[in-house]
Ligand binder design. Sequence first.
Ligand code: ATP
Length: 316
Amino acid sequence: MLLEINQLFFSYNPEKKLFHNLNLRISEGKIIALAGESGCGKSTLLNLIYGLLDWEKGEIIFDGKPIFGPKKNLVPGEPEMKLVAQNYDLMPYATVADNVGKFLSNINLVEKKTKVMELLAVVGLEEYASVLPKYLSGGQQQRVAIARALSVMPKLLLLDEPFSNLDFSRKVELRERLFNYVKEKNISMLISTHEIQEVMPWLDQIIVLQEGRLIQNDSPEETYKNPYNEYVAKLFGEVNVFSDDEKKHWNLTKNFWFPHEIKISNGENNDQKMKAEVLESRFAGNHFWNKISLNEKKLVVYSEQPLKNTVDLEFT
Ligand SMILES: Nc1ncnc2c1ncn2[C@@H]1O[C@H](COP(=O)(O)OP(=O)(O)OP(=O)(O)O)[C@@H](O)[C@H]1O
């Protein structure tokens, strides 16, 4: 096991505990999302794993060795673990290339330069090699920090919201190159995000935190198909939530239905019990977004064509 967290207790303030008996295992070569809404403890957990905070009880074991907080270990971080936090901590008077090469040996400068350019290609910044960080946008600086972290070939890379400062097309390019690179090099990656959808195709595992509690730890498919609760389901976008009574009343197979899972027929079959009234129908790119009312319950469903009047619903 690459990382083990056993019975961890941590709080910033004694009245409000954040982590209460947190347990977690991460194996080698996995890409894992640490998901949950703002304030649930994602950044704190990454900082604890990296040894930037002292915890009250419990242990964090990385690659067979215990991690200590700043009280016991003044220089945080292990050689084979890197954290890219939301402040990127670049050297302001060194070029992008020098920042990326900071941890690389100077014995063979040709080899070093090749490696730096390879890493800059992974994050899409080859043409910025000789630029100073202050001339880069926040998103570009973050990519320099990611390249620098990759340079040491860590066994575990911790990334705090790595795509938060990027526009959509940059994000698409970066995530594909980055994820392919870490998979190829067998680097484990723990990425905090509140946008699971953005990284979902590359994930091996999703860990969900809710107010410091680890409430689900499953494969992406399992998490999506069987979310532990409404909070987890909502991490994947809009969702229709049915109470247990409603589920029973309409004879549904589950409580949470994503808009595309509810099928629409044209409303001509009057025997159908699931007749619903269309309240709104709006163009949303590759589908129409519809607000409908099923016996006063408001639902969101997607359709290929705009809807009007009444429709029949099928929960399949
Ligand atoms: N230095 C601090 N001192 C006191 N409380 C803090 C400190 N840092 C974070 N907190 C609190 O701890 C909780 C968890 O914060 P954390 O930053 O870990 O959440 P997060 O899930 O990473 O949020 P975000 O997605 O917004 O970055 C929040 O309630 C936050 O207000």
